[in-house]
Design a protein around this ligand. Structure first.
Ligand code: AMP
Ligand code: FE
Ligand code: FE
Ligand code: ZN
Length: 288
């Protein structure tokens, strides 16, 4: 029998992926994924649809979300697993979306000030009626209008952190994000540490701070983590008594090099069902 696959980090159209939640679940099933989480940025909007399809296809589905925060001015992401849609958590997410909208409006102004004809409506149209407008939607418009050669070119020239039209977004600090996840009954996991490019010493400082704030897990396996890094992060998770987690960070055709269930050239290869089982156990303990 083939081993089951585990993917605990994916995005749908509800944020910046390109598959509907149900399409994503069907693709995961085709790729032999048995344990799946949908972790859209700042929203729970896709979870209900994904869960229905997962039940039909016999996948174990874990509710997820990915929150953006910062560490000393650099973007940091925290995953929340098993979060419940309490009024308090919904209102927390609503504030995240409002700060995202303010950032988006400023970014439109900066693009327009540089002579590009781009409107919020055009960007919104790319989000297909979903609440979350994100930079990949901006990139699509910039490519279509000929201001960029490709999605990556749009990021490199205009949208990436530090690029000419980048506007940072105000976000709650990491203790507030971890607290919001925990209060909603969720397990907080530090997503893709690689994004911060920390040295081993910096990573220890970060983990100490996050654990103090209530962190319970570390994303060890991820499409942007080379194998030696995955081995190192697994050791760090042991040192700080954190659950090991991982996933592809699949975004559909917004990140075409990433496959659901296996990442980039099969560099995410989680086949040990203890990984999701321990996470599900911890979710249940948090709720109790
Ligand atoms: P937003 O949530 O609107 O800030 O957009 C974040 C998304 O933009 C990420 O999840 C990636 O999909 C994409 N992204 C961010 N930085 C880059 C980059 N430098 N190159 C390509 N895609 C990026
Ligand atoms: Fe994303
Ligand atoms: Fe992320
Ligand atoms: Zn992600």
């Amino acid at each position: 029998m083939e081993p089951c696959r585990v993917d605990l980090h994916t995005h749908s159209k509800a944020s910046d992926g390109t598959d509907t939640p149900a399409e994503l679940v069907r693709k995961a099933a085709t790729q032999k994924v048995r344990y799946l989480s949908l972790t859209d940025h700042d929203t729970l909007a896709g979870l209900a649809e994904a869960e229905v399809e997962a039940n039909v296809l016999g996948l174990t589905f874990i509710h997820g979300v990915e929150l953006s925060t910062d560490w000393l001015g650099k973007e940091m992401h925290i995953l929340g697993y098993g979060v419940q849609p309490t009024l308090h958590f919904q209102s927390f997410l609503h504030q995240m979306i409002e700060s995202r909208n303010r950032r988006n409006r400023k970014m439109i102004e900066v693009l327009q000030s540089k002579g590009m004809k781009i409107s919020e409506e055009e960007v919104r149209a790319k989000a297909g009626g979903e609440e979350i407008l994100s930079r990949p939607h901006f990139a699509q418009v910039l490519v279509e209008k000929g201001y960029a050669l490709s999605r990556q070119d749009a990021f490199d020239r205009y949208l990436a952190a530090g690029a000419s039209c980048y506007v940072p977004r105000e976000s709650p600090d990491y203790p507030a994000c971890i607290k919001a996840i925990r209060e909603a009954g969720g397990v907080a996991v530090f997503a893709h540490p690689y994004l911060l490019q920390p040295s081993p010493k910096e990573l220890r400082i970060i983990l100490q701070a996050l654990v103090k704030a209530g962190l319970q897990g570390l994303e060890v396996w991820h499409s942007d983590h080379p194998e030696d890094m995955q081995i190192f992060y697994e050791k760090m998770a042991t040192d700080y008594h954190l659950l090991c987690s991982g996933g592809s960070d699949y975004h559909g055709s917004n990140k075409p090099h990433i496959e659901v269930g296996s990442g980039h050239h099969h560099n995410v290869n989680i086949t040990d069902s203890r990984i999701p089982t321990l996470l599900i156990q911890r979710i249940q303990e948090n709720r109790a």
